[in-house]
Design a binder for this molecule. Structure first.
Ligand SMILES: [Mn+2]
Length: 363
């Protein structure tokens, strides 16, 4: 049996406000072509299909098209990640199943026959607190027990796959993936030993444990400026529980995210022109503020994403008030106002104060 492992599509994700659906469509088409050329028997998508819990209609269309194209080649199994709503992702599951696409939002143990061989599959979508509530102990203990429960049908010597969305120790630091917080990082020992673990969450391709056959495929596109490496999907074969020909197949359709350090407008323009086809964040080292027309000129470039001015003068925050000198209520009001362009209604402010007091254990 030959399978394709991918994850973290984040369809609909914006970079500094810019949608990248065309780029996402292109890389998903590239993945379909890889699946076709490699004649894979199964496609596994390890969570974070969408970037938000309520994806746009256009984002959904892109994913459904992709899933159908893949399903014309082989069965497709997708689970929800921490960015997805498990309910939203799996809502069309009955329709999807007609096309041999499984959209899984709840932990599921499956026994399938793929390419004439039995496959024991454990689908463990990103476990939120509601899922973990019924297990005892610390976060790690709970996840360990959850995985154990849904991999109890694994048989040594048979093809076993755990498809999950988790943050394992050793995962890339300093990017979006970290939003789960360090307390949510898991040791590799929570993963079973007698299976291939197809993981999602970390955007860089990563081997969690070669001996445990636990891998992150990484995202198909770079979504952060610190994600500079090559993007890829995993193709792997499995027979009688043994994996063979594990390969990462590079993806070419995505744009590179580049940070360019410049000192003035001409050098910025040169940098943008040099990066045609890439997406560029300009770090402008200058004490001279740009004029409106200069900013406009830079923004007009297809590769321009963001301008980050770096001045030698130490600036204070835009409102001129340090976070430290403000009360929680003031900070909430400022945040609410920046978001909704009005002061929070009294009941909202009171509700916030109540919730905060509760969280602090004052209530
Ligand atoms: Mn994730």
């Amino acid at each position: 049996m030959k399978f394709l492992h991918l994850a973290d599509l984040h369809i609909g994700k914006r970079l500094e406000g810019r949608l990248r659906l065309d780029e996402q469509r292109a890389v998903l088409e590239e993945i379909v072509e890889i699946a076709r050329a490699e004649k894979v028997d199964l496609a596994l998508i390890a969570g974070d299909v969408f970037d938000v819990a309520s994806p746009s209609a256009e984002a959904k269309r892109v994913f459904y098209r992709f899933a159908l194209d893949l399903a014309s080649l082989c069965p497709v199994i997708a689970i929800s990640g921490n960015h997805d709503s498990s309910a939203d992702l799996s809502a069309p599951s009955e329709i999807a199943e007609v096309a041999d696409i499984r959209l899984i939002g709840q932990c599921t143990a499956l026994s399938l026959v793929i390419a004439g061989e039995k496959l024991n599959l454990s689908a463990v979508p990103y476990p939120d607190d509601a899922v973990l509530r019924s297990f005892e102990g610390e976060y790690t203990d709970k996840v360990r027990a959850l995985i154990a429960q849904y991999t109890s049908h694994f048989v040594s010597g048979e093809n076993n796959i755990l498809l999950s969305h988790l943050f394992m120790t050793g995962g890339a630091e300093g990017s979006d993936e970290n939003t789960l917080g360090p307390a949510r990082m898991l040791p590799k020992t929570v993963l079973p030993e007698n299976c291939y673990s197809a993981l999602g969450h970390v955007h860089k391709p990563m081997t969690v444990s070669a001996s445990r056959k636990a891998y992150y495929s990484g995202s198909p596109l770079a979504y952060h400026f610190d994600d500079e490496g090559e993007k890829s999907v995993i193709i792997c074969e499995m027979t009688s529980g043994q994996i063979a020909n594990f390969r990462r197949i590079p993806l070419r359709a995505g744009k590179k995210l580049v940070v360019e350090e410049v000192t003035d407008v001409p050098s910025a323009i040169t940098a943008l022109e040099r990066n045609a086809g890439n997406l560029v964040k300009l770090r402008l080292y200058s004490d001279e503020p740009l004029s409106v027309s200069e900013t406009k000129t830079l923004r007009a470039h297809e590769s321009f994403i963001k301008l980050e001015p770096i001045t030698s003068v130490k600036t204070i925050s835009s409102e001129g008030v340090s976070v430290k000198t403000r009360t929680d209520a003031e900070l909430f009001e400022a945040y609410y106002e920046s978001y909704y362009k009005e002061k929070p209604p009294k009941e909202i402010a009171t509700l916030f104060a109540d919730i905060l007091a509760e969280a602090k254990g004052e209530k």
